[in-house]
Ligand binder design. Structure first.
Ligand code: SOE
Length: 365
């Protein structure tokens, strides 16, 4: 018997601009969400053609304007300095946008992008994807339900080692492509977003110290930081600190967030995302990612039974699926949008000013 062909309406026609690691992650998530990669473009026509199969692309475009025209949702996965012009071009063409973080290399551009998206009425999302770990949602639900008590202290770190050695190199190292703050823009922004997402509180003032462990890479002088030590206060009365580093040998992608209140503590470790540590005065608990025992928002993102590990790629899949929901007019709670990217850019500017002037700086709200 001949096979029966099932036709599915494609509701998510995506363009991907940028064919590196992030472009590939986006492509997989678009496919998982039932979308289609209508086209791609890269830093050169040759690179785009070479990446077409791994990005599951239907077409390769040399002209970015034509690529944008061919899509409903434009995914900007280029080096940071191109985020603003490309996202603005997509918004101007009336397209929904997913733009990698940091949203822009300065807060003024991030604000222009946020305002343009709001005026055009398009969905404009930023992949702060660690929000999509079920145990992050569980921590957030427990904070919101008052189970941690009045929040008093938050601390943690985001540590990597892929830029440990002087010969480790990447476009992010150069301020003209990545922005003046590199480690903070690349990973500190994730940590601050997660803190504010889990607690519902906002960083109001910062005191920061920056350090560059490798002052030369690839034969050139480097101005961007490898390490950030950040102390902060929040609008809700918490105090806290975090350490951000891309030169911590042995730490691959170790985002750790611990939040304490007057009743309990919750702690999340991105490299152990299947559990949430809950500290209590008399006993501690390790809460498992078992959908039968989680809050509804966490259970929604738990796709396989406990003991079958989920991770980063599921986060990305769920993020893009929720972008699809927002495009369909059903904006899900917790979707990180351009306003969150602008928030990160404002914190970054305060961090830079604090480090430069060696003083506490208020964060523009
Ligand atoms: C590189 O530092 C990187 O891939 C970041 O760009 C991502 O946002 C982070 O999730 C992991 O590390």
């Amino acid at each position: 018997m001949a096979p029966v062909t099932i036709s599915r309406p494609t509701t998510y026609r995506a363009a991907i601009i940028g064919t590196g690691f992030m472009g590939r992650v986006h492509a997989r998530a678009i496919a998982a969400a039932g979308g289609q990669v209508a086209g791609i473009s890269g830093s050169s026509p040759e690179r785009a053609r070479a990446a077409a199969a791994s990005l599951r692309a239907d077409a390769v475009f040399d002209d970015v304007a034509e690529l944008i025209e061919a899509a409903d949702v434009v995914h900007v996965c280029t080096p940071n300095h191109l985020h603003a012009p490309l996202a603005l071009a997509a918004i101007e063409a009336g397209k929904h946008v997913v733009c990698e973080k940091p949203l822009a290399v300065d807060a003024a551009s991030a604000q222009t992008m946020t305002e343009a998206a709001a005026a055009a009425g398009v969905v404009a999302a930023v992949p702060f994807v660690y929000r999509f770990h079920p145990m992050v949602r569980e921590a957030r639900a427990r904070v919101a339900a008052g189970r941690i008590g009045r929040l008093t202290l938050a601390h943690g770190s985001y540590l990597q080692d892929w830029l440990l050695r002087p010969d480790d190199d990447n476009w992010r190292v150069d301020a003209d492509k990545g922005g003046a703050l590199r480690a903070f823009g690349d990973i500190g922004s994730h940590w601050c977003d997660l803190l504010e997402f889990v607690t519902g509180d906002r960083i109001s003032a910062v005191s920061a110290q920056l350090a560059t462990a490798n002052e030369r890479r690839g034969g050139r002088a480097v101005s961007t930081e490898d390490i950030v030590i950040l102390q902060f206060a929040t609008a809700g009365g918490m105090v806290g600190s975090t350490v951000v580093s891309q030169v911590s040998a042995g730490r691959k992608n170790r985002l750790y967030l611990e939040v304490s209140g007057t009743e309990n503590t919750v702690a999340f470790d991105q490299e152990q995302p299947e559990t949430l540590w809950v500290g209590g005065r008399g006993a501690n608990a390790v809460v498992m990612r078992d959908p039968d025992h989680l809050s509804p928002d966490a259970a929604r993102l738990a796709h396989v039974p406990a003991g079958h590990p989920q991770g980063y790629r599921e986060c990305f899949d769920d993020f893009v699926a929720d972008v699809g929901e927002a495009v369909a007019g059903r904006a899900p709670d917790g979707l990180p949008v351009f306003a969150d990217g602008l928030r990160a850019a404002r914190i970054a500017e305060a961090v830079a000013a604090s480090a430069r002037n060696r003083q506490w700086v208020e964060v523009a709200q």
